[in-house]
Design a protein around this ligand. Structure first.
Ligand code: IPM
Ligand code: MN
Length: 358
C-alpha cells in the first residue's frame, strides 16, 4: 500500500487478556500515527470464545470476506476456559491463516535490553535472529483419518503435505527478507528441516532451497537439522541471522525462541500474505492467559511489538522501528520483569511508558 493511503485495521481483541493487551497496542498506534503522519482506522470484531459460546459460531458467514477488505488484522489472543482446547485455535487462528493464505509466519527472536534470558552469558547482541515459518502446509493441513476408531486395532494417520509452490514462495520470501535485513555480521539464511529422516517432503524443501539460493549469491545458504537447531539456539544463538523452516518445526522452535528472548510476554509474530492485496495478521505469541483477565497485570510488550511489526510490514517502516525502539527503552530502563504481575507497572502503565519513550 502507499504510505499516504488510510491503513484499515481489523481488530480482534479475542479472549481473556487479549483485549487488555490489544488496548495498549492501539494506544501506541494512536500515539505514533500523528508523529509519523499515518492515517488509519480500526474496526472491532468480537470473534472469540464468548461469541462462540453465545452463538455456536466462531467465524460467522461472510466474516472472512469482510476481513479481506482490510489492510491488516490485529489479533489479541484466542482461548477460553469453557471451550475445548483446539476449537478456537483451529476455527479462528488456523482458519484465517489458511483462508487468507498467510503463508509466512514471521517470528523475530530478539532479546531486548534489560530482559532476562535463561541463557547464561548471552545478551542482546547474541540473541537477535528471525524465524520465517511456512504457515499453510505440513501437518497443519488436517489431512488424515481414523480406522477402527476406539477399538484395540485403531489406526490413525496424519499426513504432512508439502508442495513445490508452497515451499518455494516461503523460501524465496525468506531470502528476500534476509537480504533486506542486511545483517552487518553477514547475511545468512539457515534452512531448518529433517532431511535425514523426512526423505521425501524435506528433500523437496532441500532441493527447492538449493535452487532458490542461486538467485541470492550474497546470502550464505546454510542448513541445520531441527534437533541440532534446538541445540544451537541455546548454545550459540549468535550464529543465526534468519531461519526458514516448515510449519510444524517452526511452531516448535519459535516457542523455544520465545523463551530465549524472555518469554511469551515479549514474543510477537506476523502471519503474512505478502502478495498484492494480501491481508496479514499480527499477534502477540502468548495465549489468552484467562487467570489474569481484568487485573491489569498482563504484559502488553508482545502486543505492542506485534503492532510495530504491523506498521513495518504495512509500508510504515520508520514508524515500526520507532515503536520497537521505544519498547526497548522501556524494557531497558523501566520494567523490573517481563512476567505478569512482576513488571513493576500495570498493563496500561507499560503502554503509557512506551508512548512517553516515543
Ligand atoms: C502458534 C500456536 C498455534 C500453532 C496453535 C494455537 C494452533 O501454537 O501460533 O504457534 O500451532 O500454530
Ligand atoms: Mn505455537
Amino acid at each position: 500500500m502507499n504510505a499516504q493511503d488510510k491503513l484499515k485495521i481489523a481488530v480482534i481483541g479475542g479472549d481473556g487478556t487479549g483485549p487488555e493487551v490489544t488496548a495498549e497496542a492501539l494506544k501506541v498506534l494512536a500515539a505514533i500515527a500523528p508523529m509519523e503522519n499515518i492515517a488509519y482506522e480500526t474496526t472491532d470484531f468480537d470473534f472469540g470464545g464468548e461469541r462462540y459460546l453465545r452463538t455456536g459460531e466462531i467465524l460467522p458467514a461472510g466474516a472472512v470476506e469482510e476481513l479481506r477488505t482490510f489492510d491488516a488484522i490485529f489479533l489479541g489472543a484466542v482461548g477460553h476456559p469453557d471451550v475445548a482446547p483446539g476449537v478456537l485455535e483451529k476455527g479462528l487462528l488456523l482458519e484465517l491463516r489458511f483462508q487468507l493464505d498467510q503463508y509466512i509466519n514471521l517470528r523475530p527472536v530478539k532479546l531486548y535490553p534489560g530482559v532476562e534470558t535463561p541463557l547464561v552469558g548471552k545478551g542482546p547482541e547474541d540473541i537477535d535472529f528471525v524465524v520465517i515459518r511456512e504457515n499453510t502446509e505440513d501437518m497443519y493441513c488436517g489431512v488424515g483419518g481414523f480406522l477402527k476408531k476406539n477399538t484395540p486395532d485403531e489406526v490413525a494417520t496424519q499426513t504432512a503435505i508439502y508442495t513445490r509452490k508452497g515451499c518455494e514462495r516461503c523460501i524465496r520470501w525468506a531470502f528476500e527478507f534476509t537480504q533486506k535485513r542486511n545483517n552487518p555480521k553477514g547475511k545468512k539464511l539457515t534452512l531448518v528441516a529433517k532431511t535425514n529422516v523426512l526423505t521425501y517432503g524435506h528433500d523437496l524443501w532441500w532441493r527447492t532451497f538449493q535452487d532458490v539460493a542461486k538467485d541470492y549469491p550474497d546470502v550464505q545458504a546454510d542448513y541445520n537439522h531441527v534437533d541440532a537447531c534446538c541445540m544451537w539456539m541455546i548454545k550459540n544463538p549468535e550464529w543465526y541471522d534468519c531461519i526458514v523452516t516448515t510449519n510444524m518445526f517452526g511452531d516448535i522452535i519459535t516457542d523455544l525462541g520465545a523463551m530465549v528472548q524472555g518469554g511469551m510476554g515479549v514474543a510477537a509474530g506476523g502471519n503474512i500474505n505478502p502478495d498484492a492485496g494480501g491481508v496479514s495478521m499480527y499477534e502477540p505469541m502468548g495465549g489468552s492467559a484467562p487467570k489474569y483477565t481484568g487485573q491489569g497485570v498482563i504484559n502488553p510488550i508482545a502486543a505492542i511489538g506485534a503492532m510495530s511489526m504491523l506498521l513495518e510490514q504495512s509500508g510504515h517502516e520508520q514508524a515500526g522501528r520507532r515503536v520497537l525502539k521505544a519498547i526497548q527503552e522501556v524494557t531497558g530502563t523501566k520494567m523490573k520483569s517481563q512476567a505478569a504481575g512482576k513488571m513493576g507497572y500495570s498493563t496500561s502503565e507499560i503502554g503509557d511508558l512506551v508512548i512517553a519513550a516515543l
